[in-house]
Design a protein around this ligand. Structure first.
Ligand code: ATP
Ligand code: MG
Length: 561
């Protein structure tokens, strides 16, 4: 996109930031943050938020912080925090020295809460969770004041300190903002800002017995870091009045919260909680299972950061909930792979092919093009001899009309190599074809002849002596319906899991050049799809490939040549 076009098509967030900058708001400064809670692995939705926050900072000459929003020690783990850092880096973004933790601010947050108490805007409440809920009212009826609402400042300060010192049990007391129990916005009905949790924190150990609520910690952390634009997802729209209330009543730096629609994608679930269930119940093999829309799963599947950026760009920003089709993601992936993935040969269901008239003991090397989309990728040598394997699907004893692959009496082109004509075939006792016998035309090396005779079919092959035994994991969509979360009453999304989302083929063969291939760097197996080496190859001491994505239309394309 030219910079001019980009200018014209600024989304609502970028237009707003541009206006603010032009008006000199925050002295023209732009400072964003990405604030994940370390209670799970990052997914594609987070990637979108990362691309937005870091992207905006880059475009407006600003800064973006990475902040781990670690205010709930019950669900959070160091393992998750480490994975988050790794994933943001892998996506290509850099927080320089601006890695922060909400827990870094626990002292300041405690002080801000005390400030609210001192100005009569917060109180310690003894109501248990259930009682508090009853008095909260509903969307159509106002709530009622807590009987503890009118405690004196002094009493509140004392109780809050006692809460901090661990003198009460979990849930015995809370600190609540004193706002308005009849507000039409439920978030404004004296929300809880501190709760008692006797649980060690990964960063602060046993120092704290009270932890700030999300709404309090989040906005005040934004303010402490002097964030200018706090970009978040739509579910926080109704929290914005509270966000603003805290900043105004504490009289501190006031970032602008702006909401955008979450990214949803068909055929997956995009919530850490649901993904955790998939992992814990063993429906997938961990957070980095290549079927998961986690950043780690996608990486293991063979996605590049660029293809994810491209996808996020194309999806753009919306103000309303929507769901993006998985096909768009696959399209971005294929476009990226088509440009950069080297081509290799392999067969998933090997069938032996013997070339009868090929000189015994002759071996040769065939020149094969590495990437027809990229001349600079050059060529490679592929071993060839009189014994090769083709794919079982490329031979038929009794072919239908318009079958251009191998059949008795038919001639095909072995990709990059020679023309071969089928003379005979051998069956086993079960009547299954186990070997095809051919003659080759020594004049057709490279796949052309001087007489220019037309051979319609081109098939791939591997050399029997040098081929690498390979295990292939064929992935399909994790769910069998586009919107797995929509279910009948009493059922949940688990029932929509696609039972065929993983098929493993154990007896595949691939060309010898693949024994050197790097893990997670995709290549194309010609006519089959895009694949990459899985990290399990090391532990299982065998080449294991993950299918990144199928080719859209392998037959149509190659047989037209
Ligand atoms: P989940 O619902 O999957 O647990 P979350 O919103 O609770 O996600 P956080 O760790 O709180 O996860 O999110 C960090 C940031 O990423 C937040 O600013 C959040 O708004 C954003 N984010 C989370 N999910 C999406 C999504 N699907 N699309 C866009 N942004 C998202
Ligand atoms: Mg959350």
């Amino acid at each position: 996109m030219s910079s001019e076009n980009k200018e014209e098509s600024l989304d609502f967030i970028r237009s707003r930031i541009k206006d603010d900058q032009a008006k000199g708001k925050n002295n023209g400064r732009v400072h964003t943050r990405f604030p994940p809670e370390p209670n799970g692995y990052l997914h594609l939705g987070h990637a979108k938020s990362i691309c937005l926050n870091f992207g905006v900072a880059n475009e407006f000459n600003g800064l973006c912080n990475l902040r781990l929003d670690d205010t709930n020690p019950v669900a959070e783990r160091i393992e998750y925090a480490n994975a988050i850092k790794k994933d943001v880096k892998w996506l290509g973004f850099n927080w320089d020295n601006r890695l922060y933790h909400a827990s870094d601010y626990f002292d300041q947050l405690f002080e801000l809460a005390s400030q609210l108490i001192r100005s009569g805007k917060a109180f310690v409440c003894d109501l248990a969770f259930e009682e508090m809920k009853k008095l909260r009212g509903t969307l159509v009826t106002p709530g009622q004041n807590s009987p503890f609402r009118e405690r004196s400042v002094e009493e509140n300060l004392n109780l809050f300190t006692q809460m901090k010192n661990g003198e009460f049990l979990d849930g015995a007391k809370t600190l609540r903002a004193k706002i308005d129990m009849s507000s039409p916005n439920m978030n404004m009905r004296d929300p809880v800002i501190y709760r008692i949790i006797h649980k060690e924190h990964p960063k602060t150990g046993d120092k704290w017995k009270i932890y700030p609520s999300y709404d309090f910690a989040h906005g005040q952390s934004d303010s402490i870091e002097e964030i200018t634009h706090s970009l978040c997802t739509l579910e926080f729209e109704h929290h914005r009045p509270l966000y603003d209330w805290f900043c105004e009543n504490l009289n501190i730096h006031h970032p602008q919260q702006i909401e955008f629609a979450r990214l949803n994608l068909t055929y997956v679930v995009m919530s850490k909680r649901k993904m955790l269930r998939l992992v814990e119940e063993g429906h997938v093999n961990g957070w980095d299972d290549p079927r998961m829309p986690t950043v780690q799963g996608m990486r293991r599947r063979g996605f590049s950061p660029e293809s994810i950026h491209d996808f996020c760009d194309r999806v753009g920003l919306a103000k309303r909930e929507n769901i993006i089709e998985a096909e768009l993601l696959e399209h971005c992936l294929r476009q990226d792979l088509n440009k950069r993935a080297p081509r290799r040969l392999g067969v998933l269901n090997p069938l032996k092919l013997t070339i009868e008239n090929y000189p015994t003991n002759q071996n040769e090397e065939i020149d094969a093009v590495n990437n027809p989309e990229d001349e600079s990728a050059g060529t490679r040598k592929v071993p060839f001899s009189g014994e090769i394997y083709i794919d079982r699907n490329d031979f038929m004893e009794e072919p239908p009309k318009k079958y251009f692959r191998l059949a008795p009496g038919k001639e095909v082109r072995l990709k990059y190599a020679y023309y071969v004509t089928c003379k005979d075939f051998i069956k086993d006792d079960n009547g299954e074809v186990i070997e095809v016998i051919c003659n080759y035309d020594p004049e057709s090396k490279g796949g052309n002849t001087e007489d220019g005779r037309r051979v319609k079919g081109t098939i791939q092959w591997v050399d029997a002596k040098t081929a690498v035994p390979t295990k292939v994991r064929l992935y399909d969509r994790l769910f069998s319906v586009p919107n797995p979360e929509v279910t009948n009453e009493g059922e949940d999304f688990i029932k929509n899991i696609n039972p065929d989302s993983l098929k493993t083929l154990d007896t595949c063969l691939t060309e010898s050049n693949l024994s050197q291939i790097e893990t997670e760097v995709p290549f194309q197996l010609e006519r089959i799809g895009y694949f990459c080496k899985d990290r399990d190859s090391e532990t299982e001491e065998q080449l294991i490939l993950n299918r990144t994505v199928a080719l859209r239309d392998s037959w149509g394309k190659l047989n037209k040549k």
